[in-house]
Design a binder for this molecule. Structure first.
Ligand SMILES: [Zn+2]
Ligand SMILES: [Zn+2]
Ligand SMILES: [Zn+2]
Length: 362
């Protein structure tokens, strides 16, 4: 019989009072099983404690012993460093642990707590391993997370890989994985693709929101110019406020005024293919689509546009309606959270040239 090797801080202290003979506490019975590690270490333990901590160990303890002659059950836990097994067994007794133990044996403890079905310990180990992720170990940990079914850790690894792909690709772990687990490589590449796609979508959504906000502000600005008049443009019955300083209400006011002046004077006009006139036309149409002033509205062409829209009620321009809805909701949003005054921008920027309302791709 081989001598037990004490290669680890075995949970001796825990068993001394129990296994030490005379001073055994009456509440704590003698150990009745031994855990055998790869290096031959035998860790005394109590079947009842192991069984209550782990359903897997419970079924091992409950199964009939192979060698009925031996008085004590031996449960081998092989394939991990014996020090890790010792810590694992101790953690089955008490949830108290030192941080450095989880740092040092986290990977092994994660594997053990998964195999022996100890969920709370598994969760803590996954968290600890996640805190010690590096470029060098991330691929190994990722494989482990997948094997051990630790989704949070898996995602954390995937994110680290996808944001550090170049250096990770240089690691031994990556090269080993490429040779031995091409499916995982595929999984990682797909994850990176999806992350990029999500980022792109979010960016596009932000840009669209910004456009709707700007259009909503342009609508307010248009009403402001056509109702009260501003620096150089105003309704015929209002004396223009001919102050030289720029408008204090809307950063886009000057741009809208220039566009209105152009619209009034342009010889080419919309039908002649003038792009600036077209934009003004679209702003006026958009205004009419959201206007609630009815006959008292002073914005040019508002009534005409509304009459035309009533006549064309059946011809449903879904994309235009969608745009109107978005601008209306952006307008509501901007009244709820006042839009920060932006830098002076040209109104033309609000309607990107590629935007053709009737053929706008989703
Ligand atoms: Zn103004
Ligand atoms: Zn023009
Ligand atoms: Zn109107």
């Amino acid at each position: 019989m081989e001598a037990p090797i004490h290669c680890a801080p075995a949970p001796d202290a825990l068993f001394k009072s129990a296994g030490g003979g005379d001073d055994a506490s009456p509440d704590f019975p003698q150990p009745d099983v031994q855990i055998l590690t790869s290096a031959g270490l035998r860790i005394p333990a109590h079947a009842a404690v192991l069984a209550s901590a782990s359903p897997v160990l419970e079924s091992i303890v409950d199964s009939p012993p192979k060698h009925s002659s031996s008085s004590e059950r031996v449960i081998p836990i092989l394939g991990v460093p014996c020090a890790a097994v010792a810590v694992f067994v101790r953690l089955l007794y008490s949830s108290r642990y030192a941080e450095d133990e989880l740092g040092k044996f986290g990977i092994h403890l994660l594997a053990l707590s998964h195999v022996y079905s100890v969920p709370t310990l598994k969760q803590r180990c996954a968290k600890a391993v996640g805190q010690n992720l590096t470029i060098d170990n991330v691929v190994d940990v990722l494989q482990l997370a997948r094997l051990c079914d630790a989704p949070d850790l898996y995602i954390k690894c995937m994110k680290l890989v996808s944001s550090n792909f170049k250096p990770v690709e240089q690691t031994e772990g990556w090269q080993f994985m490429q040779d031995h687990d091409p499916w995982l490589e595929l999984e990682i590449l797909q994850f990176i693709d999806q992350t990029e796609l999500r980022k792109k979508k979010a960016r596009r959504h932000r840009e669209e929101q910004r456009l709707y906000m700007e259009l909503a502000e342009a609508m307010d600005c248009l009403e402001h110019i056509c109702t009260e008049g501003c620096t150089s443009v105003g309704p015929y019955d209002v004396e223009p406020n001919r102050k030289s300083q720029p408008c204090s209400k809307f950063s886009t006011c000057q741009g809208v005024q220039l566009l209105i002046k152009h619209f009034a004077a342009c010889k080419k006009r919309v039908n002649g293919g003038c792009s600036r006139c077209k934009r003004m036309w679209q702003l006026l149409r958009l205004h009419a689509s959201i206007c609630d002033q009815h006959d008292s509205c002073k914005v040019p062409l508002c009534r005409q546009f509304r009459l035309k829209m009533q006549q064309e009620e059946k011809g449903d321009d879904t994309l235009w309606k969608l745009l109107v809805r978005k601008v209306v909701s952006a307008r509501v949003m901007s009244t709820l959270s006042p839009f920060a005054k932006r830098k002076r921008e040209d109104i033309e920027r609000m309607l990107p040239p590629q935007m053709n309302w009737t053929h706008q791709a989703k």
